[in-house]
Ligand binder design. Structure first.
Ligand SMILES: NC(=O)c1ccc[n+]([C@@H]2O[C@H](COP(=O)([O-])OP(=O)(O)OC[C@H]3O[C@@H](n4cnc5c(N)ncnc54)[C@H](OP(=O)(O)O)[C@@H]3O)[C@@H](O)[C@H]2O)c1
Length: 343
């Protein structure tokens, strides 16, 4: 914390950076910790002491390719959402001591522009600002409402359904009155989706009977496909889409580890889209920034009323972040992964 008598800022920052660019499966050796002097805070900037960091699939993509942000450079901090307390900032910015969310990286302190921060005023457990009340909740919400335009009675399939975005997407689709089928890589996760989160059915993408199981789970076909993973899973979903169906392109996790591309040839996609009058739309949650406050109120009400259960798995300590990302990419997570910087 700032010493109020001297107003001195912390002098050392710790951060996890990319040590080497991965070109295949991610390993711990691709990361390294830096302990170094914290740079000065400029007059229009806010110094935040982070309490919680997100562990997200997109961080892996950034290590290898341009995404919503330019490809990471060796030595740069791994990008993430950060939740923390304001230590110092301009008078017209968030108050000292307030809880804020921003986009920075795996580090103890972040320096961000005041207009890039969201002040978190809804009383909720802090980890939920990474999930249902954060970017993943908003991604699921806008993907299903504005992009997917889900209507009651429709069938929605969600890939990566037990993940940070996916477990919320399935429940939001249920809240909108849809029948929901999840796709994951494990029977245990599927049991949790149905038993704890109210999914109507779930299928295992690693099963040898995946395509038959998928067909059986959607007897009326698929109206909306909320796609987090792309690749072979999506190739399996496409032939089961109904006329005038919508494919919501949220993410392409199967391509983030530098794996084989082009499993779904564009010609196949185009032919399916044409003959079934499909709409396929990609989006970034930032496209809807102007509506975040309103959507967060809706999600917050659904969370309080129990219509949505958010699941978070939190590890402790900055150094735990790389291993958590490896586990997430390996499909070992149920719900949102995050890192608490203090026990
Ligand atoms: N559009 C936006 O604005 C926006 C915002 C936030 C996130 N996203 C995207 O949303 C997606 C989910 O992000 P998240 O952080 O919540 O991650 P996550 O879903 O919690 O974790 C990734 C999951 O992807 C699945 N997966 C990994 N490798 C795969 C492969 N080769 N093929 C199929 N599935 C694979 C695994 O689940 P299973 O093994 O159980 O299948 C894994 O648990 C990401 O693609 C991310 O980029 C988009």
């Amino acid at each position: 914390m700032l010493d109020p008598s001297t107003e001195r800022q912390p002098v050392t920052n710790s951060r996890i950076a990319m040590r080497a660019r991965p070109t295949g499966p991610l390993q711990l050796q691709h990361f390294e910790r830096h302990d170094e002097p914290l740079r000065d805070v400029l007059p229009d900037e806010v110094l935040v002491e982070n309490e919680m960091l997100s562990v997200a699939a997109a961080a892996r993509a950034s290590m290898e390719m341009d995404t919503y942000r330019p490809q990471l450079v060796v030595g740069e901090t791994i990008p993430s959402t950060v939740i923390g307390r304001v230590l110092r900032g301009p008078e017209d910015g968030p108050a000292v001591g307030s809880l804020v969310a921003g986009f920075a990286g795996w580090e103890r302190y972040s320096i961000m522009r005041a207009d890039q921060l969201r002040v978190l005023e809804t009383p909720a457990p802090i980890e939920q600002y990474l999930s249902v009340l954060g970017q993943n909740g908003l991604t699921a919400y806008f993907g299903l409402t504005t992009v997917g335009r889900v209507a009651a009675g429709e069938t929605v399939v969600v890939s990566g359904a037990a993940g940070g975005v996916g477990h919320l997407a399935g429940q939001i689709a249920r809240s909108l009155g849809a029948r929901v089928v999840g796709i994951t890589s494990s029977d245990d996760k599927n049991t949790a989706l149905i038993g704890r989160l109210g999914f109507d059915a779930a299928v295992n993408r690693r099963s040898s009977t995946f395509l038959d199981d998928l067909t059986r789970s959607v007897p009326s076909g698929i109206d909306v496909y909320f796609d987090n993973v792309a690749g072979p899973v999506t190739a399996g979903v496409l032939p089961r889409m109904n006329r005038h169906g919508r494919i919501v392109c949220s993410g392409a996790t199967s391509a983030y580890q530098g794996g084989a591309r082009g499993v779904t040839g564009f010609e196949d996609l185009a032919l399916t889209a044409i003959t079934r009058s499909l709409r396929l739309e990609g989006f970034l949650v930032g496209d809807f920034r102007a509506e975040w406050t309103e959507a967060t109120s809706v999600l917050s009400a659904w969370r309080r009323s129990g219509r949505i259960t958010s699941i978070e798995t939190i590890t402790t300590g900055l150094d735990s972040a790389p291993a958590a990302l490896l586990e997430l990419l390996d499909g070992q997570n149920l719900g949102q992964f995050g890192v608490a910087l203090r026990a």
